[in-house]
Design a protein around this ligand. Structure first.
Ligand code: G16
Ligand code: MG
Length: 216
């Protein structure tokens, strides 16, 4: 039986994925490291230091841990500048309806974002009250594609793994959901999200009754 739906944030509920890209792109340009949208695809869902390490793979320089921390801070300052103006108008299409449908059906709602800015973004989007559990990215030891954050959410919601459905826009995120043992709904490109049980263009096409019939 479906008891909980666990959402990723960036790229699923709002388009902060593009702000993360803008932040990394600005940093990479400053460091003269090649970086484009295609390379960015591999950063989606990956935590801050993990993302920086992937970008630095294309650099000729070697950076100390302290230097890397400073670069992470810099990217985060850029990112925070970009997300300052987020309001409920920045919710992606279909999100409000899905959240309302889930509440009506008494299906629990969780948030599984490895972003340390997730809570502040959800606050700006004015949807905090919908969530029964929001994973604390500061306490997650292994980021996506490790299943830890999705398993932590299931535990926090008080439901079994097989009673959960996860929704993700990143390949690493879909892998995390599948490794946790949950049904995975991908939002975006079928070619990129091959491991997902079903891929939709956006949450506008998400029908909870159809999901229950198909998978639960
Ligand atoms: C998100 C993004 C990633 C970002 C990560 C860490 O994960 O998809 O691109 O690097 O959070 O974010 P921050 O630097 O704000 O801590 P998710 O899990 O929401 O897709
Ligand atoms: Mg995402």
């Amino acid at each position: 039986k479906l008891k909980a739906v666990i959402f990723d944030l960036d790229g699923v509920l709002t388009d902060t994925a593009s702000y993360h890209y803008k932040g990394w792109k600005r940093l990479a340009d400053e460091l003269n490291i090649p970086f484009d949208e295609k390379a960015n695809e591999n950063l989606k869902g990956i935590d801050r230091m993990g993302s920086l390490n992937k970008i630095l793979e294309s650099s000729k320089c070697i950076y100390s841990y302290e230097e890397k921390l400073a670069l992470c801070d810099k990217k985060n300052r850029y990112y925070q500048e970009y997300i300052k103006g987020i309001t409920e108008k920045d919710l992606l299409i279909g999100v409000n309806k899905v959240l309302i449908d889930l509440k009506e059906k008494e299906i629990k709602i969780g948030l599984a974002s490895v972003s340390k800015n997730a809570f502040s973004v959800v606050e700006k989007l004015m949807i905090v009250d919908y969530f029964d559990y929001i994973a604390d990215a500061n306490k997650i030891l292994k980021g996506k594609p490790d299943p830890e954050i999705f398993m932590t959410c299931a535990e926090g919601l008080g439901v079994k793994i097989e009673e959960c459905l996860g929704i993700e826009d990143a390949a690493a995120g879909v892998t995390a959901i599948k490794r946790a043992g949950m049904i995975a709904v991908g939002i975006g490109n079928k070619g990129i999200l091959q491991e997902a049980d079903v891929v939709l263009e956006s949450l506008e096409a998400f029908d909870i009754n159809e999901m229950i019939e198909r998978f639960f």
